[in-house]
Design a protein around this ligand. Structure first.
Ligand SMILES: Nc1ncnc2c1ncn2[C@@H]1O[C@H](COP(=O)(O)OP(=O)(O)OP(=O)(O)O)[C@@H](O)[C@H]1O
Ligand SMILES: [Mg+2]
Length: 330
């Protein structure tokens, strides 16, 4: 099958999606989009890049929401200004408040010096609010005010000052449902998702699997020459509940195990190659939930190359919850 060259021709804009290839601080990323579904996402993103309106990026865990947000920024008029990511689910409310908005000297115990917040850091650029559905309600009200007024006030300060920040937010959750159950403000929801884009799960863009895998292999196993036929088949057949991140971890796993010139099926994590277990309705109905849960959790950790942080994301539970469960299995 002939492959469409995409985002690979040096620094200029790509002839397929119109976007400039993405370079992150950690490593260059050629945004893989062989599938029509992903090309549509990038085309939509390239139209958004010319506007200053807030964008919401939706999609299952690990689908590439941050990649899309970074691509948007890199292609906007703000490209030479900072892209500032913040995971709003990762910090307790007070800490997140001072992280986002900054604080005055003496605003709270330990605030010995004044500190600029991420809104100030992102001035002129893009603030990427990740896991937005998890934002505490108190801070949702404050965020809404900043977005309405275009002004930020540091915690413990009386003066406000103007900021020019474009927001891109992302969530793997269902924001509409969060609004319905009162966990997310409706007014903030409409303000943040003026423009929106949904990144499809990897199982719905099978054409992307091998090109992504090859790109990851070039990073994790530069000496390896690609995937053998069996390995490629296993990669294409898997349903990838953890999406691109799970694929990345599977390739890292394979690159560490592979001894030959190419990756073989047996180098891949077990759940990609072992045949699905025979599980008649009887067997399923007679097994305790805790046992099924334990088995699934351990399989996901394995699939994530041993990373509990990634596994917690895939499972959709907090890291502490995962840790507590694992401790109970010892
Ligand atoms: N289209 C793509 N091309 C190349 N690399 C990609 C692509 N999509 C995702 N990746 C890579 O996969 C990994 C996961 O992507 P990313 O962090 O953007 O996902 P996410 O949707 O934000 O995940 P989470 O829901 O866990 O926050 C990253 O290492 C990223 O560089
Ligand atoms: Mg993310």
């Amino acid at each position: 099958m002939e492959r469409m060259e995409h985002c690979s021709a040096g620094p200029g804009a790509c002839s397929v999606c119109g976007l400039v290839p993405l370079t992150t601080s950690r490593h260059p990323v050629r945004v893989v989009a062989q599938s029509k579904a992903m090309q549509d996402v990038l085309r939509r993103a390239s139209r958004f890049a010319t506007s200053d309106a807030p964008v919401a990026v939706f999609g299952e865990t690990g689908t590439g929401k941050e990649v899309v947000a970074r691509t948007l920024h890199a292609n906007s008029a703000r490209a030479d200004r900072p892209f500032v990511p913040v995971n709003v689910a990762a910090l307790p409310t007070e800490l997140l408040e001072s992280e986002l908005f900054g604080h005055a000297r003496g605003a709270f115990t330990g605030a010995r010096t004044p500190k600029a917040g991420l809104f100030e850091e992102a001035n002129g650029g893009t603030l990427f609010l990740d896991e937005i559905a998890e934002m505490p309600l108190l801070l949702q009200a404050k965020l809404l005010r900043v977005l309405q007024d275009g002004e930020v006030r540091r915690v413990g300060e009386t003066r406000s000052f103007e900021v020019d920040v474009r927001t891109v937010c992302a969530t793997h959750g269902d924001l509409v449902e969060a609004v319905r159950r009162g966990a997310f403000r409706e007014d903030l929801y409409y303000r943040l998702k003026v423009l929106s884009v949904r990144v499809p799960p990897l199982r719905d863009r099978v054409e992307d699997i091998l090109p992504l895998a090859e790109q990851f292999l070039a990073r994790f196993g530069p000496k390896l020459r690609g995937f053998g036929a069996d390995a490629a088949k296993a990669l294409n057949r898997h349903t990838w509940p953890g999406n691109v991140r799970e694929l990345e971890n599977a390739v890292r796993h394979a690159a560490a195990l592979a001894s030959g010139p190419t990756v073989r099926a047996e180098d891949l994590p077990e759940e990609l190659t072992s045949p699905p277990r025979a599980s008649g309705p009887k067997r399923t109905s007679l097994r305790p939930l805790a046992e099924v849960e334990r088995e699934h959790i351990l399989a996901v950790i394995e699939g994530c190359g041993g990373s509990q942080v990634d596994a917690a994301r895939v499972l959709g539970i907090g890291r502490n919850t995962l840790w507590r469960k694992l401790r109970a299995y010892d």
